[in-house]
Write a protein that binds this ligand. Sequence first.
Ligand SMILES: [Zn+2]
Length: 258
Amino acid sequence: MRVQLLPSSFEENGGASTKQHLTCLIVDDRIAFDAGSLAMASSPVQKRQVRDVVLSHAHLDHIAGLPLFIDDLFSTLTEPIRIHATSEVIEVLENDIFNWSVYPRFSELCNENGPVMSYLPFKLGVEFMVGHLTIRAVTVNHRVPSSGFVVSDGLTAFAMSGDTAAMEDFWRAVNEASILSAVMVECAFPDELRELAAASHHLTPSGLELEIAKCERTECTFYVLNLKPMYREQTIKQIMALNIENLTVLDVGRVYDW
Ligand SMILES: [Zn+2]
C-alpha cells in the first residue's frame, strides 16, 4: 500500500515545503484521507484517479482543498466525487461550506455526465469498503466530532489518529487489528504549549509518549504528523528526545510503501 502525505506550502525557491499546514493523505493514488491540500498538491494521476475522499473531521486544515478539487474537475467528472464521513461532518459541510455563500452546493449540481458530488455516511465502529480498502472508523478525542481510521487492503494495514488528544477506542482498534504495519499519530504542539494543546484537544510529545504506551503491538512503526508548522523543529526535537525506537516523523511529500 502506497501512502503519501501531500505537501501544502512552499519554500523560498518555490519547491514544496517540508512543513505541514494542511492534511491530505493519498493511498495508492486513488483514495484521499482528508482533503486539506487535495486540489493544490495532488499529481495529475491523483487528480485523474481520486474519486473517494474519506474525512476525519470538518476542520479547515483537513477540508480546505475539497471544494477546489471538485471545482477544478467539475466539467470532466464521469462519476461523482464521493465524500465518506459521519453524518455530523456531512451536516457541517452542507451548512457551513457548500452553502452557496462560501461555495456552491455541489451535492445539488450535475455536469453532462451526472452528479458531481455525493455523500456516503459511515458509522463509527462499523467496517466499510472504499474502493479496494476496508476501513474501520473509531472515535478519537478532538474538539469536534472526529474519527481515526484503521485501513487495510487485505495484505497490509495502517492506522491514523487524525487530530486528537488522549484516546482509548483508537488504541483498542489498533490492538485488535489482524495485521498492521504503521500507526500515524498527531502531535500538534511542543510541551511548552500544553495548555493550548489541552484546550484544542491536541497532543504534545509528553502526551504522545503516553499514547504510544497504550499500543500492544511490537511490529508497527509509529509516524508522527500534523505538527503545527510554527513549532515543527521544536516539537521534533522533543519527539526525538523520547527515545522511542520505532517512532519517527512522517516526511511531507514522501511516498511510503507499507
Ligand atoms: Zn482539527
